[in-house]
Design a protein around this ligand. Structure first.
Ligand code: IPE
Ligand code: IPE
Ligand code: MG
Length: 246
């Protein structure tokens, strides 16, 4: 069901104070297993959770929601599961892009998505181009994303800039690193959520998480919803972010 168009961000800053939330969406397989269903059923239910949470993020006034959908390590899974995940992603972009666009969402894909199937690359680039001029929140989908890969690419980019004489090694600063990452231009990461009870980053946003608040919940990703996001933001609001100061 199409939700009501809400192209504009709320004018007042949202009470939770978070601009950028990222989620490691974990637990689809265990959700399915508990129900004696195939893992694919868990991934399908996970897509429904993505829809709910993307709408909630908009309603809650987030500037950016980054979702870890497929890691650079997830290729280790059986080829059938990888194919299922890619098919779900393709279908998700095809079916939901109109709603995102109507609501002013900017879709962004981070990670080495160019290594994916050519038709999927075209679909992703078309979706990003179509929504690039929107003024609403960014939904960033991390696809074939690995933070170590991202940092290697950053080092290569900066090495090339030094070799070309654009900058000296000594001049390189934090901003240059930021600009050479997949996340260039996105707001600083405030809150990093991981579902399913695992307490690790699994190669996600290692640089960006430097001062993010971490929030772990036992809830499995397909059970996550607007209320769960609000609870995480409530917890975030109570944190004392000191950034090394007093
Ligand atoms: C998260 O769920 C989805 C992806 C990593 C693509 P999992 O598939 O990792 O689910 P579990 O961890 O096996 O329960
Ligand atoms: C992290 O989940 C990757 C995504 C959510 C896309 P995994 O299920 O792949 O992580 P590990 O293997 O438990 O660390
Ligand atoms: Mg997992």
């Amino acid at each position: 069901m199409a939700s009501k168009a809400k192209p504009d961000l709320p004018s007042a800053a949202p009470v939770h104070g978070a601009r950028h939330v990222a989620i490691i969406m974990d637990g689809n397989g265990r959700w399915a297993k508990k129900r004696f269903l195939p893992r694919l059923a868990g991934h399908r239910a996970g897509v429904e959770a993505v829809r709910r949470v993307a709408r909630a993020a908009r309603d809650l006034g987030l500037e950016c929601l980054t979702l870890y959908a497929f890691s650079s390590e997830n290729w280790k899974r059986p080829a059938t599961e990888v194919a299922d995940l890619m098919a779900l992603l393709r279908h998700f972009i095809q079916s939901d892009l109109d709603e995102f666009h109507a609501n002013g969402v900017r879709l962004r894909v981070i990670g080495n998505y160019r290594a994916l199937d050519a038709s999927l690359v075209d679909l992703i680039e078309g979706a990003m181009a179509r929504t690039a001029g929107n003024s609403g929140p960014v939904i960033a989908i991390a696809l074939n994303y690995g933070a170590q890969d991202e940092l290697v690419r950053m080092a290569q980019t900066l090495a090339r800039r030094v070799a070309a004489g654009e900058v000296t090694a000594e001049e390189i600063g934090i901003g240059d690193v930021d600009d050479a990452l997949y996340t260039a231009g996105l707001p600083p990461l405030d809150l990093l959520i991981r579902t399913s009870g695992e307490q690790r980053l699994s190669n996600f946003m290692l640089w960006q998480a430097a001062y993010a608040e971490l929030y772990f919940t036992d809830m499995l990703w397909p059970d996550f919803d607007a209320r769960a996001l609000e609870m995480a933001l409530d917890a975030f609001r109570m944190r004392d972010r000191r950034f090394g100061g007093l």
